[in-house]
Design a protein around this ligand. Structure first.
Ligand code: F6P
Length: 513
């Protein structure tokens, strides 16, 4: 069964939202607090180790209720069921979307792959799987791009506190200088290479894989390939041709999209770095968030609420972007990860009925860590002409129990959300120092940056992305837009650049000079 195909702008809740926006778009968030006595309680969710406060938004209770009606009118509940039950909701590729199954334990194939992940990572960490000269493995190099890179790198860095000692490196770009630099840092005797590509045909990954393989054979021998190379793919034939045997091949089921794949075999590097027990906790955290998403009423459903807020700003205030600010340096790669997860999913302009949309779909997602971001782009957020809806993420406890410094970090988090909303009136003094405030933010407070909670946080965003796509009536799980550039690059490489437009042709000629 497919997802519903409903143009949201035709619905009565949407039409009422248009009127509501006309009425309220100039209101100050502060006024909503004055008018709505229980605003903080009503506009917050406490769940497991999370506290999410969305009261600092340009959103009245009435607007919120209309957004909840929008969920109902677009059959969100039914669509969520189809997302979890394996319906073919990725219609343009005729596939189910079941990455959520990778973090629950009900599927035999999933369990088999998980056991393989545990087995490989335990053997490497325990010293039962050694390099070709009998030395313990010290480094692992993940070769992959997009979904085969961003998630694994983000998570291994985010959870580096839990590292068992093996160092992770990531080669994604087809930049020969970068690949060479990584190779300079590692020793073939003590390095495992993981080649990750769902299709096993992505040019960047295949070229880099061949390069590291040649480098390895040069120092060792082809005979030792199976001791040092693991392939992760849906294209088993191609991985065999690459030269590894089945015990070193992990599959990616067809129903797992690249950008949602870190929960399964693509997460092998994570399990190697943080250990299999922590990896299982990471999966459990995500699974619990899925249960919350499936079973909570929309008003108190974290992913649904965040999705509705995003739709409200994007479609009514016409905010083009939304920013993510984690107050943890370890989460510096979270914005990049979310950028792909979100923009590749909902950056569409044809709806599920095949019509051109007459409204906004996916927003531009970006961000950086607090406090660094405060010293970079916050000026524009406070005094610029744009409204930038924001997610602030903070942790109650530091990992190293340095409460003094952690207090400074968190006081900045609090200060910024407060300042964005309240601003500061200089009443007639220097107008340049006046700050209007009324800038929105969500506060996401989590107990601690640990595997379980990080799993929940990522699943929270994945389910937000699903909800946005479901309501905005787009297919969130294909990515046809990235294919065109890939095929043109192939033609250029093959010397067929005659069909290029005049501008690109001239630039191409310049590059050849
Ligand atoms: O850039 C598009 C894309 O298909 C992503 O969705 C995917 O994560 C990435 O390329 C890598 O693909 P593969 O895992 O097949 O190499």
């Amino acid at each position: 069964m497919a997802l519903s195909k409903i143009n949201p702008t035709k619905l009565s809740s949407w039409k009422k939202l248009v009127q509501q926006f006309d009425k309220e778009n100039n209101h100050h968030i502060n006024d909503f607090f004055k008018e709505e006595n229980n605003r903080v309680d009503e506009f917050s969710v406490s769940w497991n180790n999370f506290y999410v406060d969305f009261s600092k938004n340009r959103l009245s209770n009435n607007t919120f209720n209309l957004l909840i009606s929008l969920c109902k009118e677009t059959n969100l509940r039914d669509n969520i069921d189809k997302y979890f039950n394996g319906s073919v909701i990725n219609e343009t590729e005729s596939r189910a979307v079941l990455h959520t199954a990778l973090r629950s334990s009900g599927n035999d194939g999933v369990n088999k792959t998980l056991n393989k992940i545990i087995n490989i990572s335990d053997k490497i960490n325990n010293g039962d799987r050694l390099g070709y000269t009998g030395k313990k493995i010290t480094d692992v190099v993940n070769v992959g791009i997009g979904g085969s890179h961003l998630g694994p790198e983000m998570v291994t860095e985010a959870l580096s506190y839990y590292s068992k000692g093996i160092k992770a490196h990531f080669i994604s770009n087809i930049d020969p200088d970068f690949t060479s630099k990584i190779l300079e840092k590692i020793n073939p005797e003590t390095t495992i290479f993981i080649i990750v590509s769902k299709t096993f045909s992505t040019i960047e990954t295949i070229e880099n894989a061949n390069k590291v393989k040649a480098w390895f054979i040069d120092s060792a021998s082809e005979d030792f390939l199976n001791d040092h190379f693991i392939c992760i793919s849906n294209n088993i034939e191609a991985t065999k041709k690459f030269g590894v045997s089945s015990e070193n091949i992990l599959s990616i089921p067809e129903w797992v999209g690249g950008r949602f794949s870190l929960w399964g075999s693509v997460g092998l590097v994570i399990s190697i770095v943080i250990g299999s027990k922590n990896f299982k906790d990471f999966l459990r955290g995500a699974n619990e968030m899925d249960i919350h998403f499936k079973s909570s009423p929309f008003e108190k459903n974290i992913s649904v609420v965040l999705a509705l807020i995003s739709i409200w700003y994007n479609n009514f205030f016409k905010c083009e972007t939304e920013v993510v600010i984690p107050y943890s340096q370890f989460l510096s790669k979270l914005p990049d990860y979310l950028q792909q997860a979100s923009m590749e999913s909902n950056g569409k302009s044809i709806d599920r009925s095949g019509e051109k949309v007459n409204y906004e779909t996916g927003s531009i997602v970006w961000g950086s860590t607090g406090t660094n971001a405060q010293h970079a782009f916050f000026q524009l957020m406070h005094q610029g002409t744009k409204i930038i809806p924001s997610d602030f993420i903070a942790f109650k406890k530091s990992l190293h129990n340095d409460s003094d410094q952690h207090k400074i970090l968190n006081s900045n988090f609090l200060a910024q959300t407060n300042a964005l909303m309240m601003g500061k009136s200089t009443s007639g003094e220097d107008i340049h120092k006046n700050i209007d405030g009324n800038k929105p933010s969500n506060s996401i407070v989590i107990n601690k940056l640990d595997p379980f909670n990080l799993g929940s946080l990522i699943a929270m965003y994945e389910n937000k992305i699903f909800t946005i796509g479901s309501i905005l009536n787009v297919f969130s799980f294909d990515q046809w837009g990235v294919e065109l550039g890939k095929s043109i690059a192939k033609e250029i490489l093959a010397g067929k650049d005659k069909s290029l437009d005049k501008s690109t042709k001239k630039t191409s000629d310049q590059l050849k000079k």
